[in-house]
Design a protein around this ligand. Sequence first.
Ligand SMILES: Cc1ncc(COP(=O)(O)O)c(C=O)c1O
Length: 358
Amino acid sequence: MPRSTVARINLDALRTNYRAACERSGGAKVMAVVKADGYGHGIARVASALADMAPKFAVACIEEAWAIRAAGHAQPVVLLQGVHAAGDLADCVHSNFEPVVHGEQQLAWMEQSGDAPTFWLKVNTGMNRLGFRGDALPAVMTKLEKMGAAPKLQGFVGHFACADDASSTMTLAQTANFETATAPWPTLMKSVGNSAAHFIPGQPLFDWSRPGIMLYGGSPIVGKTGPQLGLEPVMSLEAPLITTRVVKAGESVGYGAGWVAERDTRMGMVAIGYGDGYPRHAGTDTPAAIAGRRIRLIGRVSMDMLAVDLSNVSEAREGDLVELWGRTVGIDEVASCAGTISYELLTGLTSRVPRVSQ
Ligand SMILES: Cc1ncc(COP(=O)(O)O)c(C=O)c1O
């Protein structure tokens, strides 16, 4: 019998969140971002659940696009990082993958290949990770025309640096840069918005939006949880209590002996740890739940287990399931206790934890 540590994936919630993205997209079509193994939920499972709704998928790299094809889905797949080798361009042509071209190297590969796939150009509007600056676009467009690739250009993509921060003016400035840079080519499409941009009043999302984390129920906005934004948690992470005991006042629990009981305390050990991707930096008082009642972690998270305080769930017994995040305990809360974001928790869950569709 395998241990009952498991991530339950609620595909109805995923579909509900996709619909929420469509409702918030201001008429833009919505490509579902399913990179990093569908943000840890399983790319094939997620693509299959969204296949009849999402007209395009977006991934980071070609391997992830292959996984969508292997799951039997024929939609165009945008490669947000473009290709990593010249030879991949021919695969893009044959497989209906749409690479983003973000730099000179990729342009040179396109010129060599002679047969361009449908593609997008990345505009650097201030993020300064990838893309051509606005003032370089006319020269890039001339090159594309010369090599005969211009007719395959779908449009322009940008990416926001601070859309998660409602008080930042950077998103407005980046949008203005993007509009100025792309104005000479009004018939080409535009895509700028990740999940956070769906929650910024008045933010144009142009032709295509690109939500990721909101599809999975995680919050894209600093200081808000997914449920506060009307999103439904998709993953419920649970693990069994494998023992319970009373630690006496003055005794400690686990590595580092950092948590010491102030009074006799009934506690339990839960079969999940950082070897499963549960964050080691989640310290004492990080919430968890048993049967819908909130409990708290105590002491340091180990590789394969962690300790919880059972003081307020006196009926808890070995074998009971503990929710680490899900409907009772929001993943954004756990992330905040661990000094990180839900994206890292979801994508960091290891292969030791089976994902089970519901
Ligand atoms: C270019 C690009 N677009 C869209 C997304 C989706 O972002 P989010 O998960 O914040 O919605 C990402 C994710 O990192 C991205 O890199």
